[in-house]
Design a protein around this ligand. Structure first.
Ligand code: IYR
Length: 288
């Protein structure tokens, strides 16, 4: 038997080898494609965790928005090109003047200004118009003190061990540390929470598509509105503080802290790092 196979092997070994190698390659490639597709699926799943999606949608046949939603004419007045250029440049100048501030004045700011700024943030587009955001505005000194305590305690651990050596070295030129006096000095703290799902009046869950992206856009509008109104802020994302702050403020567990922004006037002696922004040529690719 073996004597029959051996001559066959020695005569045709290269064909056999090519066949096996091709088979292995095809199997590997199809497996890779499958895992690429799975990555894509996972990406989608991150937006709608499957177990969340199952708990959602009380009535799968009913859309979340009214079935007979009217579509109305869009009111629009086209500006001249000159006007457009002027406006685009004016907005750039406003946006470019924005800086992240760490030194705040305690001077009071009218509350209605803060409300109007939040009204602007609430105009952000959102997945299927789910508006998955909630803005908690704090001016109460005792609550600000509690927030500062939570943040400074966590930040102390963050800087000491969670962030790691490279991260803390990268931050050294910005002169940040775990002490956050601005959390009690600034007249307002705005905490932006993203609702990872909604809760319908009957207690079932409503899917909040792209809630991360929707809230990020709202935060962009929020910081632009703060700047436009003539105030300053710091876009802080206190690591590991989300759950404690959520509980302190009595927010439900479908809400996750996205951003914590002290808002007010800059301190008289406020400084900012002398940073340069990338020129347009470094951030723009034009394909005409
Ligand atoms: N959250 C910390 C650390 C920090 C992280 C980054 I990335 C910064 O750009 C700045 C600070 C803090 O607020 O100090």
């Amino acid at each position: 038997m073996i004597s029959e196979i051996l001559p066959f092997w020695s005569k045709y070994w290269h064909y056999i080898l090519i066949t096996v190698a091709t088979y292995v390659y095809v199997m590997w490639k199809s497996g890779k494609m499958k895992s690429d597709l799975q990555d894509y699926d996972n990406e989608m799943e991150r937006e709608i965790p499957s177990e969340e999606a199952e708990k959602c949608a009380s009535n799968e046949e009913e859309p979340a928005l009214p079935k007979d939603l009217q579509h109305i004419p869009y009111k629009y007045q086209r500006p001249s090109e000159a006007e457009m250029r002027k406006k685009a440049n004016e907005f750039f100048e406003i946006a470019n003047a924005r800086r992240t501030l760490r030194f705040f004045s305690s001077d009071p700011v009218p509350k209605d200004v803060i409300r109007e700024i939040i009204r602007a943030a609430g105009t952000a587009p959102s997945g299927a118009h789910t508006e998955p955001w909630i803005f908690v505005v704090i001016s109460d000194p005792a609550t600000k003190t509690q927030i500062r305590e939570i943040v400074e305690n966590e930040e102390e651990i963050n800087y000491r061990k969670r962030m790691g050596k490279k991260w803390t070295i990268d931050l050294q030129p910005l002169k940040t540390n775990s002490m956050k006096p601005y959390l009690t000095t600034a007249p307002y703290l705005i905490l932006v929470f993203k609702q990872t799902y909604g809760i319908l009046p009957n207690g079932t869950r409503k899917i909040h598509y792209y809630n991360e992206m929707s809230v990020s856009i709202a935060c962009g509008i929020l910081i632009s509105a703060i700047q436009y109104a003539g105030l300053v802020t710091l876009t802080s994302t206190p690591l590991n503080c989300g759950p404690a702050l959520r509980l302190l403020l009595g927010r439900p567990n479908n809400e996750k802290l996205a951003l914590l922004l002290p808002v007010g006037y800059p301190a008289e002696d406020a400084t900012v790092p002398a940073l340069e922004r990338k020129p347009l040529s470094d951030i723009l690719v034009e394909i005409d």
